[in-house]
Design a protein around this ligand. Structure first.
Ligand SMILES: Cc1cc2nc3c(=O)[nH]c(=O)nc-3n(C[C@H](O)[C@H](O)[C@H](O)COP(=O)(O)OP(=O)(O)OC[C@H]3O[C@@H](n4cnc5c(N)ncnc54)[C@H](O)[C@@H]3O)c2cc1C
Length: 428
């Protein structure tokens, strides 16, 4: 039988939110334990940004940051962002020895392009505060008395603490450890847990030409979601053709809405791509006429290289139904205008989302109405705090998700530590 262990703060889940919470609590003098079921910390963190870790977004204006989150849930984060915002994140990691750089769309990365540097900085932060890190330790729920947690149950033991911070993540990429069990315990404690739903997830597309174009990444494409012929939503940016359909930041950011509308089987759902959003139809036609003049003695298939990426040309030729071997000077005005229209409104049919196993984030989680945004403390259980993907928020790509982990983790760690230390001092 293992001995009981007592701490001020127990943090459950060693992802970005948990490590920040544990480090901050320890910095304030709390005795902290971090419990992680994997053999090592931050498995998902190491995958972020394609292994480069887009750790935040260099948007200094909290209002603009919150606008990007959208919906009423975004507003919840005004308070955590005021306590630990994007600049504090950059300063924190720089202080921990990680130099950062800003790329397009204000995305912040470590200069080394190595997510492991972010993990090591967080591990060093916790080590500095003497956090006890228990890996290979799977939490299995809580014991409670009245509306207070008394013990964290582990497989083969238990941990007692004055405050508990739950940072077990959402349900995306379960192989990294975030399989959603924390949400079940929270529901048992009386919290409303909004059904997790894959968000920021690639789309399945039925059109064969899309799959044949796999591997092509294009910048500055305007994507419009059409439902029953009407514009539903739109975004412009990078897209990626894949063997199952479409991905890339712009598609991921639209995926939640696509997932909602494709559920209605009676609706006609289409994506329309404008491959040349900076040009009007007339301007694109002018450009096309110039290209066709330049390549007048070439075949149609060899006339599009200046305008389109190589990989896309066979698909466009097949869709526009112009003989690829036709000499350019033989192409009619009607054919040319059809091609121009297609480049401004290239359509494909989304038929669903890939699952949690391919999602970058899941929406759903602990209902924010039941959490105090100043402390991240549960309004139902007096010594339980939350941070990270367990909460009902999903942000767009660009470093927003991790910033929410840093902000809420910092606030939760601080509030949990202050309460626990107060309680400890009261008993002296
Ligand atoms: C492929 C990919 C790329 C991404 N890239 C970016 C990016 O570049 N920028 C960005 O901002 N966001 C990115 N995200 C999102 C970001 O990774 C998440 O928002 C973030 O990891 C959430 O952190 P968390 O601490 O809440 O949860 P997690 O990182 O999921 O960590 C939760 C931890 O809790 C542990 N745990 C779960 N249950 C138990 C239990 N019962 N007992 C003990 N431990 C438990 C898990 O093992 C896990 O280690 C990406 C996500 C993915 C999947």
């Amino acid at each position: 039988m293992k001995k009981r262990q007592y701490y001020d703060v127990a943090v459950i889940g060693g992802g970005p939110a948990g490590m920040m919470a544990a480090g901050r609590a320890a910095e304030l003098g709390a005795r902290v334990v971090l419990v992680e079921k994997n053999e090592s910390l931050g498995k998902k963190l190491l995958l972020t940004g394609g292994g480069r870790c887009n750790l935040t977004n260099a948007e200094p204006d909290a209002r603009k940051f919150i606008e990007k989150l959208g919906g009423k849930n975004g507003k919840f984060f005004f308070s955590p962002l005021a306590a630990f915002g994007t600049q504090q994140t950059v300063d924190f990691f720089e202080r921990m020895g990680v130099k950062t750089k800003v790329e397009d769309r204000k995305r912040v990365f470590p200069i080394s392009d190595n997510a492991a540097d972010i993990l090591h900085a967080l591990e060093a932060y916790m080590e500095r505060g003497n956090v006890t890190v228990m890996t290979d330790a799977t939490a299995a729920g809580f014991n409670t008395r009245e509306n207070k947690l008394t013990q964290l149950l582990l497989r083969g033991g238990e941990v007692e603490a004055a405050s508990y911070v739950l940072t077990t993540g959402g349900r995306s990429r379960p192989e990294t450890g975030s399989s959603g069990e924390g949400l079940k315990w929270v529901a048992k404690l009386g919290h409303h847990v909004l059904n997790p739903f894959p968000a920021l997830v690639p789309l399945k597309i039925s059109d064969a030409w899309v799959k044949k174009t796999q591997g092509l990444s294009m910048d500055n494409v305007a994507v419009t979601l059409l439902v029953n012929g009407k514009k539903d939503s739109a975004r412009t940016g990078n897209i990626l053709f894949t063997h199952f359909g479409m991905s890339g930041p712009t598609i991921l950011d639209m995926s939640k809405r696509v997932g909602e509308v494709v559920k209605d089987k009676s609706a006609e759902v289409l994506l329309s791509l404008d491959l040349k959003p900076a040009l009007t139809i007339a301007q694109l036609d002018e450009r096309m006429q110039k290209d066709f003049k330049k390549y007048q003695n070439k075949t149609f298939r060899n006339s599009l290289d200046d305008l389109l990426p190589r990989k896309l040309i066979p698909a466009i030729i097949a869709l526009v139904k112009i003989n690829p071997n036709k000499a350019v000077h033989e192409i009619t005005r009607e054919d040319r205008l059809r091609l121009v229209k297609m480049l401004k409104d290239l359509r494909m049919t989304p038929i669903g989302l890939l699952g949690f196993d391919k999602a970058i984030a899941s929406s759903g989680g602990v209902d924010l109405n039941e959490v105090d945004s100043k402390t991240m403390c549960s309004k139902l259980v007096e010594n339980l705090y939350f941070a990270g993907d367990v909460l009902d928020i999903d942000a767009p790509t660009g470093g927003f998700n991790l910033q929410l982990c840093w902000s809420a983790g910092y606030v939760a760690g601080e509030a949990a530590a202050r309460e626990a230390i107060k309680e400890r001092n009261a008993h002296i």
